[in-house]
Design a protein around this ligand. Sequence first.
Ligand code: F55
Length: 823
Amino acid sequence: MTENSTPIATRERTVDGFVREFLRELNFGQGVDLSRASVNDQYLAMARTVRHYLMVRWLETLRRQGELQAKSVAYLSAEFLLGRQLDNALLASGLEDIVEEGLSSLGIDLATLRDAEVEPGLGNGGLGRLAACFIDSLATMNVPCIGYGIRYEYGIFQQTFVDGWQVEKPDDWLALGSPWEFPHPEAAVRVNFGGSVEQYQADDGVVRRRWVPGWSVLAVPYNYMVPGFENGRVNTLRLWSAQATHAFDLAIFNSGDYAEAVRAQTFAENITKVLYPEDSTPQGKELRLQQQYFFVAASLKNFIDEVLPEGFDLHNLPDRINFQLNDTHPVIAIPELMRILVDEKGWDWDDAWSVTSKCFAYTCHTLLPEALEVWPVDLLGRLLPRHLEIIYRINDAFLAELRQEYPDDELRVRRMSIIAEYPVRAVRMAYLATVAGTKVNGVAELHSQLLRDKVLNDFSEYYPDKFTNVTNGVTPRRFVRLANPALSGLITEAIGDGWVTDLDKLSGLEPLAEDAEFRRRFREIKLHNKHRIADVLATRDGTVVNPDTMFDVMVKRLHEYKRQTLKLLHIVSLYEQVTSGRLDIGSVTPRTFAFGAKAAPGYLLAKQIIGLINAVGRTINEDPALEGRLSVVFPANYNVTLAETLIPAADLSEQISLAGKEASGTGNMKFMLNGALTIGTDDGANVEIRRLVGDEHFFLFGLTEPEVEQLVDRGYHPSAYYETNASLRRALDLIASGAFSNGDRAVFEPIVSNLLHEDRFLALADFQAYIDAQARVDAAYADPEQWTRSAVLNVARGGFFSSDRSMRDYIDRIWHTPPVPPA
Ligand code: F55
């Protein structure tokens, strides 16, 4: 190490050392003394103190990577749903005990400071949370990785309920300060938009084309630490924030139009103002394309100009980096790299393509046709005219190749075109990613197979070796070790603490499923976790839940394909049977039905379903006929933080999407690892969960994907199920009667008629199978010893679902980036 790069002295890892650092931060960072410090002051000082402890490791990681230039991963994602940072930083740095003791010596409760942290909600759901799990795993596995994304000023909206209806509030997560980020305004890069393309004669006499942009913004990087678990590595997450360029407003300032200048400033800064809250149906809005290009252009430029050493020969780029495209949102990076190489570096097209087509790989997260992004060429051409030309040229070359391969199949060639002609001419981003990427992966076995056989079938025939699967995973650090300290303690006591970084070790718990004392303690912990969530809900919302009931939990975005309505029909049907006297309430298993779900603000049916869940909940919770044995809770604003207390309390995990629609699911894995049993369809990663845990410990129901296809092909008539199934009919009739809407039949009519006449996701077709499976759940739950045996086995057999394993699969199948062990 050279003298001038010697890092600051390592902080003293003792209680006294911590207390000193903390008080120093409070005094000199926050400008308050302890007696006058607010909880927020204390939290900020605390966060800064903890990050100081990680700083030496971060600088060392950066220095070492600068020296080694090891092959790395750049994970490009429009969303990183990080969750709270404090606990994770404490865990990674091994400071938990020191900090807890140090604070308590000052009369401060660590838990209070924890609760002061506002989680950065920079994602919608599964896709964004997956990105956060992946960067955690890469850091823990010593793999060099940089995450690139967007620093939205407002993250996913705050959900509130007004009379049971969702009302969105802006998520002003930065309001009280954001101690985990390091802004670098001096490292801002310019990102261009608009304008036109011109032809010119270059110095070498060759006629070339280049982009003459119409306007630009600055991209300011904010760096975040991504600490590995107890391994000394700290990787980087770099999120970009838009700022108006000075050149841009100066001209207008000079013309004297101050108001216009300020307006122009806001316009530029709008780009990173807010996260789009759609999680499955992109709206094709111009601002969204601006966001995508904005972060991708800044990231490529940053990587090439700043991360790579000076003089790096870009012909070797594929040996140095993998740009992983998290769905299609960052796919505009492909023509951007072509533009850099051809227009800025003056390369031949073929050389540029040869490098570009080795640098990217694409992960698809969906099967819903409406979720596949397409950008109308008029919009794309207006915002990024040179990129559109480049895409056309990529497509021309691709179509020429296809015509050679399929000379007599023009229909196929057109089907595969990157440019769609109907209903408007548009760029199919998934096709562009597939053509340019080295690999295309789905996120669970079934999903990858359906991608190959259906959504991208022509492509998998043409490029059979490009297609692969990597089943999703979740980080055991956050979702077991931190979220479930009691269970973690029990596991560690039984098999040691190696499971935190080697989750396959959980298999060591298998024999303990037969140990009555272990099962008793396991049950005790579940009950403890139910009390914990009960306390949180009581404090947060004043909601009462009974810990002595089965916790039946469905948490995920609200979407028709996920079928929250099916769950609701089960609840309404139970209620109807009890209140009509056909079912004795004394024979009903006491259950707490918990929901958590945000609906995209423009998805009206989804918002109605939220209204109905709350309305049914209100009625059931207030009806004395149920004797408190059934209740519904729907805490508003389900997010990562709430997941961390709700999931460990669950007995039953609801994973009931229509087969063939949920790409993977990751909540399903979190429940399994926290000892819940799953009731689920043969969909996404449920397939693998069931295979691993065994049929006896999983409640399978419903149509399979091929059966769904057959039924739809034959012609699906939901009303036929209504007519032939009496309990289904009674449940739907009860909703239609206005029983949950003060007699007003109109309120929930759209839901009922949608189910009766459309039911795109076959909820009615699966109703009876679901009810039967729930009866099996009740029977199993009636035997606590058997149930706990199954719950323990779910944990013991869940090791596969660590995101560390997902990362190993990406490394072996796609990236080929060996870990870099610490020096
Ligand atoms: C977000 C924005 C747009 Cl425009 C489209 C999709 C999304 C999004 O968030 N998708 C998403 O979350 N997909 C989910 O990805 C998870 C991780 O792979 C899967 O587990 C889950 O099945 C899938 O729905």
